[in-house]
Design a protein around this ligand. Structure first.
Ligand code: AMP
Length: 362
């Protein structure tokens, strides 16, 4: 059966704010949700029908979870692929194992992208100090050394400005498999969120601009102010990627736009993405609802926007401004229910809409 009817239970691997907003969207469509995570009071657990608290390698817990749900989706991509090996014979998992294998490893991901003709920064595989030296000789500096696995929000990355820093850089990332990337002097960073259904139908949200602070997304502006030809190219590439990776679900394609209008893919995230939070207010169907539709095998809805938008993240003690934000009637406040406002932690976000035709202002 490909269509999972409302009333069924959607299992979600992961329990953060993305899982929370997916669970809320699932509830709007009449589904129950069952979260698999590690914290009984997590943002997602707080709003779900059922919760399993266990490690991703706990076979007994996975077996019970798989038999309690009708389909499994995920809210973060670093789920061990062994977990999917275990679940997939029992219950459909969307997106599936191949998507995770590719997107968990920066070298596989960039090689896959280039194999489709999707351009990226030049890169070299690095498994030793010698590989790093060879990579620098080929790519030059400045460059960025990134761990192949488990990097996010700038973690597991070091910029190399001169050949002399090679030994230190290798130590700094823990001497683990990595890729060296040429530094891209981009003009702006954009992302395209694309959904692909069980029948291969595609809907994508228009490209948005992402501005970072301390390596963490600060602001998203929808739409990105780019030429139509650049926007169309970014969207075409994203559709091609979704098709070739055989996506069932939602994927964010993070892209650098160079001053010449060249489009280079930086990273893929096979789940709802922080740069798509504005779609809750700005579009007929949010990225979260779209991800649930895709996972449940429902027809996808239109990803058209009815407004322009600015989304700002509330990081750490930014959350102290909640009352002030609420005093602005045109701002939509979202809080994730996290007890402790640690530095760098995403606590919530705020969205403000603008009429179509009016550029979104920060
Ligand atoms: P990533 O973890 O790959 O998404 O990188 C985090 C951030 O570092 C990106 O959003 C960029 O701002 C910056 N960055 C990553 N790779 C490059 C690159 N090759 N050239 C320039 N900036 C980069």
């Amino acid at each position: 059966m490909t269509m999972i009817a409302p009333g069924s239970t959607i299992g979600i691997l992961g329990d953060g704010q993305l899982g929370r907003m997916m669970a809320l969207a699932a509830a709007e469509l009449g589904y129950k949700t069952h979260i698999y995570g590690q914290d009984p009071n997590s943002p997602a657990a707080q709003v779900s029908t059922a919760v399993t608290i266990a490690q991703y390698t706990d076979e007994e817990a996975l077996r019970k979870f798989a038999s309690a749900v009708d389909v499994v989706t995920l809210e973060f991509e670093n789920i061990p692929t062994e977990t999917l090996d275990f679940l997939e014979p029992i219950v459909p998992v969307r997106p599936g194992k191949r998507v995770l294998e590719i997107t968990q490893d920066r070298h596989l991901e960039k090689s896959f992208l280039n194999s489709l003709g999707a351009p990226t920064a030049p890169f070299a595989n690095v498994e030793s100090l010698n590989d790093l030296r060879d990579g620098i000789a080929r790519i030059g500096t400045p460059a960025i050394l990134k761990t192949r696995r488990f990097g996010y929000d700038g973690k597991g990355q070091v910029k190399i400005n001169a050949a002399t820093e090679i030994d230190d850089a290798w130590k700094e990332i823990g001497e683990q498999p990595a890729i060296l990337e040429g530094f891209v002097p981009f003009e702006l960073e954009i992302s395209v969120i694309v959904a692909r259904g069980v029948n291969g139908d595609i809907q994508s949200y228009l490209p948005v601009e992402n501005r970072h602070k301390n390596h963490i997304l600060d602001i998203t502006l929808a739409p990105a102010e780019i030429l139509t030809v650049v926007s169309d190219h970014a969207v075409d590439l994203s559709h091609k990627i979704a098709d070739h990776i055989d996506l069932i679900g939602l994927m964010a394609v993070e892209i650098f736009v160079t001053p010449e209008g060249e489009v280079l893919v930086n990273e893929l995230a096979p789940r709802p993405h922080n740069s798509g939070h504005w779609t809750i207010e700005g579009c007929t169907t949010s990225q979260f609802k779209q991800s649930i539709r895709a996972a449940a095998g429902l027809p996808l809805a239109s990803a058209e926007r009815h407004s322009n938008a600015v989304m700002r993240n509330l990081i750490g003690d930014d959350i102290d401004h909640w009352q002030e934000i609420l005093s602005h009637p045109d701002m939509s406040l979202h809080l994730y229910g996290k007890a402790e406002a640690r530095e760098g932690r995403k606590m919530g976000h705020v969205t403000r809409l603008f009429p179509l035709g009016t550029p979104p202002k920060v």
